[in-house]
Ligand binder design. Structure first.
Ligand code: AHR
Ligand code: AHR
Length: 481
């Protein structure tokens, strides 16, 4: 059985079921998600390998070979057509044309399920999915349940990495107009014990960790690599439950009355579905989503316990974030441009500015050092790498507003994440391409001889699709210094 078969047996069937990794019904063999590739903007649908099975990641890899891919639709498996697509603007506008949010990279969150490769949905700030015309989801004070499998190590304090029920207008229409799973370490509203991150419920104008508006000590800090997150709510009753999605059973962090503030009892749910954003299209949050559902009716704890057992049996394991030329931590490397006409240029820096410069064995020592980088374990994720300047020890290659710069390590999580890059086999077929860990649609690129974290065919000048593949493919060799 799949999670939605279990919810059905419990009398609280799924009304929306989303996953890029697997079928959530044992009989489901339709499309799980759609990807769109950068080379020609065409799309293809990815289905499970077999009914009830894991996604056919190899089909995605074949379709996306030699280019970049985005997740353009996350299909609803429930039969209600509650598909998730690129979120439109609301109270806040997204970064894409006409205020739409970004789509997620199709390769930012690789995993295996029972040994079979699949990809999750890596949400960077600015990325979001939504359905403002969902059917069957809870409205007003109707009862519903939700679970999601998330990456408990990928989060931030921005508003709001959510999955669940939100406003049909994409605007903040008042307290109680949302009921969604939230994960992150925001302390702008509620919070739990420790320093986070926490599972909370986004009920609009408030992230709730229990009955109190601010702190509820019963809601623990949790950071399982794979996290099962549950929010359920009905008339004057709701609960928060969580677990390690890779082993063990659910704990109940809160179960009881609606929060101690006006507007949340009764609720005024509207029934739209969001992923990765706040109800008003707040786009500052990050997180990773693998699978999740919404039900009608208030699922029993026993039903959810069976769903947790099903998730554990799916055996989620993190897969490698890198490929191609392996980089040795501690070694000094150079990165040579491969675009025709630029092949004598290397990624370098002049003070804080990152550029490409013509470097050779007869260059000055100063230039050689400026074009050499010491490979370090990724400051923000040790599964990837950081590049320390040989010229300025203690300073690292990072992006800021998607422009590359060399900056001192100020010790912040933001700096560490912005300085973390994941090398993969070169997109052009030559050398290596180097993804920004926190923005996996973006790669280290030279454009007018300046360094950027660029996305293929994006909205900024340096994102231009022309010569993108060559501009992001670098030959990595031993450093000059
Ligand atoms: O409730 C927290 C956030 O507040 C909601 O997600 C958003 O709509 C509002 O800004
Ligand atoms: O470069 C993109 C973002 O810009 C970085 O993550 C952040 O530090 C800055 O706001």
């Amino acid at each position: 059985a799949g999670p939605c078969d279990i919810y059905s047996s419990g009398g609280t069937p799924c009304v929306a079921a989303h996953s890029t990794t697997r079928a959530l019904y044992s009989a489901f063999s339709g499309s799980l998600y759609q990807v769109k590739r950068g080379s020609d903007n065409t799309t293809t649908n990815i289905a499970p390998l077999a009914a009830g099975g894991v996604a056919n990641a190899a089909a995605q890899d074949t379709f996306c070979a030699g280019t970049t891919c985005l997740i353009s639709i996350i299909y609803d498996q429930s039969g209600n057509n509650n598909h998730l697509t690129q979120a439109p603007p609301g109270g806040f506008a997204g970064p894409e044309p006409n205020g739409y949010d970004n789509l997620a990279s199709a390769t930012g969150a690789p995993v295996t399920l029972n040994g079979q490769k699949a990809y999750g949905v890596f949400i960077s700030p600015g990325t979001g999915y939504r359905n403002n015309a969902a059917s069957g989801t809870a409205v007003s004070d109707e009862a519903e349940g939700m679970y999601a499998v998330l990456d408990g190590t990928h989060y931030n304090g921005g508003c709001c990495f959510d999955y669940g029920n939100a406003e049909v207008s994409s605007k903040d229409t008042g307290n109680g107009h949302m009921e969604a799973i939230y994960f992150g370490d925001s302390t702008s509203w509620g919070y739990g014990s420790g320093s986070g991150p926490w599972l909370m419920a986004d009920l609009e104008n408030g992230l709730f960790s229990g009955v109190a508006v601010k702190e509820n000590a019963g809601d623990p800090s949790i950071s399982y690599r794979f996290l099962t997150a549950i929010v359920k709510g009905g008339p004057n009753q709701w609960a928060l439950r969580g677990a390690n999605a890779a082993s063990g059973s659910l704990s109940t962090y809160y179960s009881g009355a609606r929060p101690d503030a006006s507007g949340y009892n009764p609720m005024s749910k509207e029934g739209a579905i969001i992923l990765g954003i706040g109800g008003d299209n707040s786009i500052s949050a990050q997180g990773t989503f693998y699978e999740g559902v919404m039900t009608t009716g208030y699922p029993s704890d026993a039903t959810e316990n069976s769903v947790q057992a099903n998730i554990v049996a799916a055996k989620y394991v993190a897969a490698s974030l890198t490929s191609g030329t392996a980089l040795t931590v501690g070694s000094s490397i150079s990165l040579r441009a491969t675009t025709a006409g630029y092949t004598t240029r290397y990624l370098a820096h002049t003070d804080a500015t990152v550029n490409t410069q013509v470097v050779s064995s007869s260059s000055t020592t100063a230039l050689k050092q400026q074009a050499s980088w010491t490979v370090r374990a990724g400051l923000g994720n040790s599964a990837c790498v950081s590049f320390e300047s040989v010229d300025t020890a203690g300073s690292y290659l990072r992006h800021y507003n998607f422009v590359l710069q060399v900056a001192a390590d100020d010790g912040t999580k933001q700096m560490h994440e912005d300085a973390t890059f994941c090398p993969q086999a070169g997109i052009s077929g030559q050398g290596s391409s180097i993804r920004a860990w926190g923005y996996p649609t973006r790669y280290i690129r030279h454009f007018s001889d300046v360094g950027y974290a660029a996305t293929n065919g994006g909205y900024q000048v340096f994102d231009a699709a022309t010569s993108f593949n060559d501009d992001v493919s670098w030959v990595i060799s031993t450093g000059f210094a």
